[in-house]
Design a protein around this ligand. Structure first.
Ligand SMILES: [Zn+2]
Ligand SMILES: [Zn+2]
Length: 193
């Protein structure tokens, strides 16, 4: 048996863990990465931020680091950088790099027959990450992804129909369906295109 290196094994396990939860693994890991980024924020990680991430920092970063990040912005310390790099958000950039890594891992995993068979039957992918992944895999695997997206769309339609009919009669439980639909349609919150 081939020895796998530990870091590949760990990241594969994380992809597996999130898949087992019935959520898009790239969204799930992306959201966890984003939360961690905001919780452990340093001024140099966020010199330029978009509207969404400025408010995410205000709402969720530890008070002292959020204040330092905003102070540094007010003093224009990241100004040179924003001029040079067309003012793209530092957090969006880090998150996009993270997403690309996770997608590459998933594309590699799909070469294992048992994994692609499992994904075909039970997998969840949001439409955005599903489509991104299709560009990175063989034609045969791209077809499996089309099937996964189609299955997920069908499941969500059923879930939302049930939710809508309950909501019409005044019952508002099962709101998780709305979050799942949003994730399927546009990927997780903050994974901005
Ligand atoms: Zn996704
Ligand atoms: Zn951003």
């Amino acid at each position: 048996m081939m020895k796998e290196n530990t870091s590949a094994l760990t990241s594969a396990n994380t992809v597996f863990n999130s898949l087992a939860k019935g959520v898009c693994p790239v969204c799930w890991l992306g959201r966890a990465f984003q939360n961690e980024l905001i919780e452990r924020l340093h001024t140099e990680d966020a010199e330029v931020v978009c509207n969404y991430h400025a408010w995410a920092i205000a709402a969720a970063a530890p008070a002292s680091s959020a204040a330092e990040v905003f102070l540094s912005m007010l003093r224009g310390e990241g100004r040179e950088k924003s001029r040079k790099e067309h003012a793209s958000c530092d957090l969006c950039t880090s998150i996009r790099e993270h997403e690309a890594t996770r997608l590459r891992e998933l594309a590699t995993e799909m070469r294992r027959t048992r994994f692609s068979q499992w994904l075909e039957r039970y997998g969840t992918l949001c439409s955005f990450h599903g489509k991104s992944l299709q560009f990175m895999v063989s034609e045969e695997h791209a077809w499996i992804i089309t099937k996964v997206i189609k299955n997920n769309r069908q499941q969500l339609e059923e879930l939302l129909e049930a939710f809508a009919s309950k909501a019409r009669s005044g019952e508002h439980t099962g709101g998780g369906a709305l979050g799942r639909a949003a994730e399927f349609l546009v990927a997780q919150r903050g994974l901005i295109r």
